[in-house]
Design a protein around this ligand. Structure first.
Ligand code: SF4
Length: 608
């Protein structure tokens, strides 16, 4: 027996911006137990309510902000929340999750999720309290960056308020605009900031008040939870990665390792290693710009790095940002890369897609594909970074092309093969020729090229939880499926994946069981993750995506010519066939009826 009073509120808030109306409604128990929270609940509501062919920037699209059952408990790394929508960059179902403390304060307001739909005729922001919601005018915030917006709203509503907002990039519908919360935490990929911009929604303020913030989530088995929390904390401290590495060096500690392994992409993935990589490494960040550590709510890992350059200050850069705005553009100047990172954060841009799209433009220019207006957009030219970011945000001149991402840019200038993307989402900082599991993970990710759906780098390079041969392929489809399912569950509870470097997954399924009172074994957790993954696939299938979209750019069929990953290419067709077989999908990548039945899913019609 369990009560839905444990772990969840059982309630969502539906905000219709066209009608300027907000009202609560119950979340059916079957949805909570089958989809858990965060990404899972968001995908379920999106699939039910947004037609797969909807215009992502039209009023028919919706965005779901969702918490999970562990938010507001003592379980470490559970200060996060998820956002789910149809992406304007990829046209696929898309989820992001972000740290800080906004997610917990959203839950303190008494909602498991908020569904935002319609479009306001004027710029507005949403103000949520435990008493309800109001839609407030935001004309005075128009054009403001993330810090100014957050400061203004906290000035008005008090320091206990938490703010999630868009910058000018989201207002101007840049296809890779972020939503940023708590100043410098990002729902960072797929252009969900542009979805808010298309709805004229500048920000969401969660205003639980000081007192409400003291009220924890109800827990079914507090004594059991106490033991599990102690075990998780012990594991976090004992692991070299979560106990030391991330805390001391942050994520950028990966630069030197990936460079040594030959999978650190240089100049738009033309090489996999560079002699100057150390200049933008985690060590360089600590020595030159580090100020102090920062942590998300309930996080003992504290991987965040507050930094300062000669002209600015902020958070990061993280590994992916230092690569995208640095090495991928042939730039190894830490000051320039960090300032570009600050600008992206303040204006509300995804650093990976911003850097990768600039890198794509640099290669187009190198190959003589661009007109004179692009003069100076060259690999290694640090002086173009900030001006290009500003042009992207304003959609000014060549910035209008860049604002659409690399796939559209490269297609416009007659060289689509030079966009390093899958399904329109730019690839992150691991060359898939040096980790064949990542090749399959990128190709089959439901939101486009992403390292967070199945981070096989953990097994292939870091030996977590055990080492796999990074150049083997026959063991990778199984690994990728397992990680995809596990991460879909993890994104639904909603917790930070970095903890997985030190804590086995079953600790978190035990924590969910203790909090909710449901019996969620690791097998059941994987089953729930598989259900979510297949529902996402059904949505993408109904939106017109299939096997042809599960593909890497042609560059990756040619081996790297130097470095420790020289000479390898991923056998994509063979791996894809094995992957579809394990998933129970047809040769075209469509879930078979028996698979759907086993997971309790039904086919989606084009009309949601
Ligand atoms: S490990 Fe880093 S990103 Fe994850 S919750 Fe902790 S501080 Fe946030």
């Amino acid at each position: 027996m369990y009560s839905l009073m444990h772990g969840w509120h059982g309630k969502l808030l539906r905000v219709d911006l066209s009608k300027a109306k907000a009202q609560t409604e119950p979340i059916p128990k079957a949805i909570l137990s089958s989809y858990i929270g965060g990404r899972g609940i968001g995908v379920r509501y999106l699939a039910d309510e947004v037609p797969p062919e909807a215009d992502p920037l039209g009023p028919g699209n919706k965005i779901v902000l969702a918490t999970g059952p562990l938010n507001g408990t003592t379980v470490p790394v559970t200060g996060r929340y998820a956002a789910v929508s149809k992406s304007p960059l990829t046209g696929t179902v898309f989820d992001c999750n972000s740290g800080g403390s906004f997610g917990v304060y959203l839950k303190y307001c008494g909602f498991d999720a908020v569904i935002i739909e319609g479009k306001s005729p004027e710029p507005v922001y949403l103000h949520l309290t435990p008493e309800g919601a109001s839609i407030e005018g935001a004309k005075g915030l128009r054009g403001k960056g993330v810090k100014a917006t957050t400061d203004a709203l906290r000035e008005k509503h008090g320091k206990s308020a938490r703010v999630s907002c868009i910058g000018p990039a989201g207002e101007n519908l840049v296809l890779f605009a972020n939503i940023e919360n708590d100043y410098h935490h990002a729902l960072g990929r797929g252009g969900l900031g542009a979805v808010l911009g298309s709805k004229n929604l500048k920000a969401v303020v969660v205003d639980a008040g000081e007192k409400a913030a003291q009220v924890p989530t109800s827990v079914a088995h507090p004594d059991a939870l106490k033991v599990i929390v102690q075990e998780i904390n012990k594991r976090i401290q004992a692991s070299p990665m979560t106990g030391k590495g991330l805390k001391i060096f942050g994520t950028a500690q990966l630069v030197n390792l990936m460079n040594a392994m030959g999978i650190f992409p240089i100049n738009n993935f033309q090489q996999g290693t560079h002699p100057e990589a150390d200049k933008i490494s985690g060590d360089a960040i600590i020595e030159q710009i580090f100020q102090s550590n920062t942590a998300c709510h309930m996080c003992p890992i504290a991987c965040g790095k507050l930094t300062r350059t000669g002209t600015g200050e902020g958070k990061g850069p993280e590994y992916e940002s230092v690569w995208a705005l640095g090495a991928d553009c042939g730039i190894f100047d830490l000051e320039a890369v960090t300032n570009a990172n600050y600008a992206c954060n303040e204006l509300g841009l995804d650093t990976i897609t911003a850097g990768a799209t600039i890198a794509c433009a640099m290669e187009l220019n190198e190959r003589g594909k661009l007109p004179a207006a692009w003069k100076g957009v060259d690999f290694g030219n640090k002086d173009v970074l900030l001006p290009l970011i500003e042009k992207i945000v304003a959609r000014d001149g060549i910035g209008a092309d860049l604002a659409l991402g690399s796939k559209r840019l490269a297609a416009k200038y007659g060289a689509p093969e030079l966009a390093m993307q899958v399904k329109g989402l730019e690839m992150p900082a691991y060359d898939p020729r040096g980790a064949l599991g990542m090749a399959l993970a990128y190709a089959t990710s439901n939101r486009g090229a992403c390292h967070l759906r199945a981070y096989t780098v953990g097994a292939e390079l870091l030996g977590l939880p055990k080492i796999f041969d990074r150049f083997s392929f026959s063991d990778k489809p199984d690994l990728v499926v397992k990680l995809q399912n596990g991460n879909a569950f993890f994104d639904s509870i909603v917790a930070c994946k970095f903890t997985g470097m030190g804590v086995p997954d079953d600790y978190y399924s035990r924590a969910v069981s203790a909090v909710t009172g449901l019996e969620i074994t690791i097998t059941e957790a994987e089953h729930i993750g598989e259900r979510i993954w297949n529902l996402e696939r059904l949505y993408n299938n109904a939106a017109g995506l299939g096997r042809a979209d599960d593909a890497l750019p042609p560059r990756f069929q040619n081996p790297l010519q130097s470095g420790a990953s020289k000479g390898h290419v991923p056998p994509m067709d063979i791996m894809l066939n094995m992957f579809y077989e394990i998933r129970g999908w047809t040769d075209e990548g469509v879930p078979r009826p028996g698979t759907l039945q086993r997971l309790g899913l039904k086919p989606l019609s084009k009309e949601a």
